[in-house]
Design a protein around this ligand. Structure first.
Ligand SMILES: Cc1ncc(COP(=O)(O)O)c(C=O)c1O
Length: 402
């Protein structure tokens, strides 16, 4: 898991006699998700752990990146994003969510949504501030809170539908609340937050005068009629929402590291300052290609969702057949499972067995919870994979016995 349950030792030394390391960095581990990818490579396992497609990115987007390099768009872009790309982000947000934003004052292009989230948090958090985080959560949000100095208050999403109890949510808000972090469509649960739920969240944000930071990178991966609603579209939320998104998932370019944050001008000014001194800027030629990507026709997004639906159902079939109890996702590209039937002591032991003995990598559920015990019956699989990967996974998982 990413968060350590024991507090950092008072003295964090590189060696017994060496200089001290950061106490903040001592409070979390390396990413379990990324570690599972390394283990998959080491053991030659089929990698259903980390969420990156193993099929090619669209040819026209790759061509645009190559053309941008050839056209010598190879120097620093404007720190907060190339104008052409910011214009395309604004047009895309208006096209899909109907929200008009000013690309000159309300958008910051970052190195992936990962940097956008951390820069946004560092731009708004003061000592003593709290953030409300739904649990299970995408593991980065734990270290993000530590690095920015926020104290997370976790609110459960309850299986099987991953709903939250409005009273539990209300109890997590208070005078110290600076922001709620919302990821919809959600990793790891596949939940897509509905309008009534978003209204409950909105009412609390307004009541306690706090921000919402929304991670919407799976906005186009929707199944079973689910609809993605940006929190910024709700009355009273436009100027208190920081909307985060990226090229990574929608255009199958997770390695490009291009994302962005959309926020009201004063908030954007603070995010831009943090971003500038953390990374200066995102890759210039890839922003050029991103401008083209964001203008893809409606058919691109329809095909994307349709193909992911086929992959979801394919993996659901494989996992169910192998004895996993699956929580059917309505968005994003992960399947949370219940592994109780296999009789292992916990999720980490089972994940290790799977990767070393069966040859399939998945992510232990505990990495999505503050208390590892709460995720011990879960394992998360991703389905952003090609058919041959599913075939290999199916053949290997058939060896599992209950
Ligand atoms: C919810 C969520 N947010 C952010 C990221 C990382 O996105 P990016 O590649 O844009 O940094 C991921 C990657 O899996 C994710 O699942």
């Amino acid at each position: 898991m990413a968060l350590k349950t024991t507090p950092a030792p008072a003295s964090t030394a590189a060696t017994s006699a060496g200089p001290k390391l950061s106490a903040k960095a001592e409070r979390f581990t390396e990413s379990v998700i990324r570690e599972m990818t390394r283990l998959a490579l080491k053991h030659g396992a089929v990698n259903l752990s980390q969420g990156f497609p193993d099929f090619p990115a669209p040819a026209e987007i790759k061509d645009a990146a190559k053309a941008a390099i050839d056209a010598d768009i190879n120097q620093y872009a404007i720190t907060w994003g190339a104008k052409k790309f910011r214009d395309a982000i604004a047009a895309n947000f208006e096209r899909f969510q109907g929200v008009a934003v000013d690309p000159e004052r309300e958008i910051t292009v970052c190195c992936g949504s990962t940097e956008a989230m951390l820069s946004a948090m560092m731009a708004i958090i003061n000592p003593g501030d709290e953030t409300v985080v739904f649990e299970p959560f995408y593991e980065n949000y734990g270290p993000d809170a530590i690095l920015s100095g926020a104290t997370p208050r976790f609110v459960k999403l309850h299986p099987p539908d991953w709903t939250f109890d409005p009273d539990e949510l209300a109890a997590a808000f208070g005078p110290r609340t600076k922001a709620i972090i919302l990821n919809t469509p959600n990793n790891p649960t596949g939940k897509v937050f509905e309008r009534a739920e978003l209204e409950t969240i909105r009412n609390l944000c307004v009541k306690w005068n706090c921000f919402a930071i929304t991670d919407e990178i799976y906005e186009h991966m929707l199944y079973d009629g689910a609809r993605h609603i940006s929190l910024a579209t709700l009355e009273g939320m436009r100027d208190r929402t920081i909307t985060i998104n990226a090229l990574s998932k929608t255009y199958s370019v997770t390695g490009w590291r291009v994302g962005w944050a959309i926020a009201a001008p004063a908030v954007t000014a603070a995010i831009r300052k943090v971003h500038d001194f953390v990374t200066v800027g995102a890759a210039a030629p890839l922003q050029e290609a991103g401008a083209l990507a964001l203008q893809m026709p409606a058919s691109y997004y329809e095909t994307l969702a349709r193909e992911y639906l086929v992959r979801r159902d394919r993996l659901l079939g494989i996992l169910t057949g192998a004895g996993f109890r699956c929580f059917k996702p309505h968005g994003a590209y992960y399947i949370m499972t219940d592994i109780s039937a296999f009789g292992f002591p916990d999720d980490v032991a089972f994940a290790k067995y799977l990767v070393t003995e069966i040859g399939v990598a998945a992510v232990p559920g505990s990495s999505f919870y503050r208390d590892p015990a709460e995720g011990r019956h879960h394992l998360r699989f991703t389905f952003c994979k090609k058919e041959s990967t599913f075939q290999a996974a199916a053949a290997r998982l058939a060896k599992l016995t209950r």
